[in-house]
Design a protein around this ligand. Sequence first.
Ligand code: UGA
Length: 437
Amino acid sequence: MKVAIVGTGHVGLITGCALASLGHDVVGTDASAAKVEMLRRGEAPFHEPRLDELLHAGLADGSLAFVGSIADAVAGAEVVFVCVGRPPVGLGDRSLTAVEDSAREIAVAADDGVVLVVKSTVPPGTTARIEKVVRMERPDLRFSAVSSPEFLREGHAIEDTLRPDRLVIGAGDDRGIEVLRRLYAPLIDDGITLIETDPRTAELSKLASNAFLASKISFANSLARVSELSGADVEGVTEIMGADPRIGSAFLRAGIGFGGYCLPKDIVTLERVAARLGYDFGMLREASRVNDEALEAVAHKVEEAIWNLEGKTVAIFGLAFKAGTDDVRGAPAIALASRLMAEGARVVAYDPMVSEATGEDEEPIELVSDPYTAATGAACIVVCTEWPEFRELDLARLKGVMTQPSIVDGRNLLDAQALTEAGFSYHPVGRAPIDLE
Ligand code: UGA
């Protein structure tokens, strides 16, 4: 089938590459001409396992192409995916201008019978709005508007797209469902669960899934505070909880708090959407507050470990918002670095995948290319991303270059016993610290 992708960010590019690998003819476009040029040359604008491989294969066999305008991408397409960016948190959920503008442009160029698929994470009712915009622009056009949210995780995006837990098609008419069933046929034939519903339910399900995952993490982070106060071990508590299949162990890891481009924003969006409809979804506000508190708790541990920050060096291990990605958007490490720098600390960071970053107010963060250089002259190391390689560090060498051997483990990643034996004071989250002084 001929497919157009409008917006080649994380969701759009992954969707396009995955659909091309399934045998469809995909044409992508983006508002950034520079990005379109990069993609034409076969350069992916972000890191994702297997992305380069699928991008190169699609360009080579002609199943994937990138063009400079929505009109060129959409001409002749049976299905058009709307994957333009979702609004930043500060602007709230009303800022869907990019979605509206692209809908208008798509309408102008679309072929009769086209199915518009909204992939971006949007408040319920957005697909219906898009339908209205298109109808106003082209009263003559026969089309269907469908919501088909994605649930892909960064770092697993291709795998999550080709082997999703569930496929959701939220359509107001049979034709939308019929066309998307044909599009997703290779996945449906593979036995992937398909859930057909109405557009508003599909839209809300995406926001709800992210808000629930975020709330689950905040529950674990509140338990970390109670564990610290009561002498319990949060890792043991969540292991025991997670063994109950009704609870499940995923997304129960306490630490520095959730970050990224999606969870922090979507939990706020759902709370605001509910408020606008007249419902106070207060537990989501509380989950966001607990997330800020989780970061603050890690900052306190640093102060606890080294006392005054002024004039001291703190090494941050890991800037990405989670392991397996080079994405620092909404990363807790960035917020922590800004907080520590504002209090007078010198921050030196190391991340295996990130080579440049700025703080919350665009202040540059000093980045070095190996962990031992980052730790040189530091009074404290803070683990902010759960990169497995941090478990393999040469502890004696680290201790040798630091001014004070202390580690704050914002991910409960390291081996407490090995650190104690190596002579470090160790401050994990939600479990007893080991202070050698
Ligand atoms: C999230 C969702 O997991 C995807 O299903 C969704 O499709 C995506 O947002 C999106 O809306 O596009 P992602 O942002 O890639 O995916 O990141 P997650 O794997 O959900 O992790 C989010 C944050 O929570 C990270 O900072 C991670 O370190 C943190 N986290 C995760 C915890 O602190 N504890 C946990 O137990 C799990």
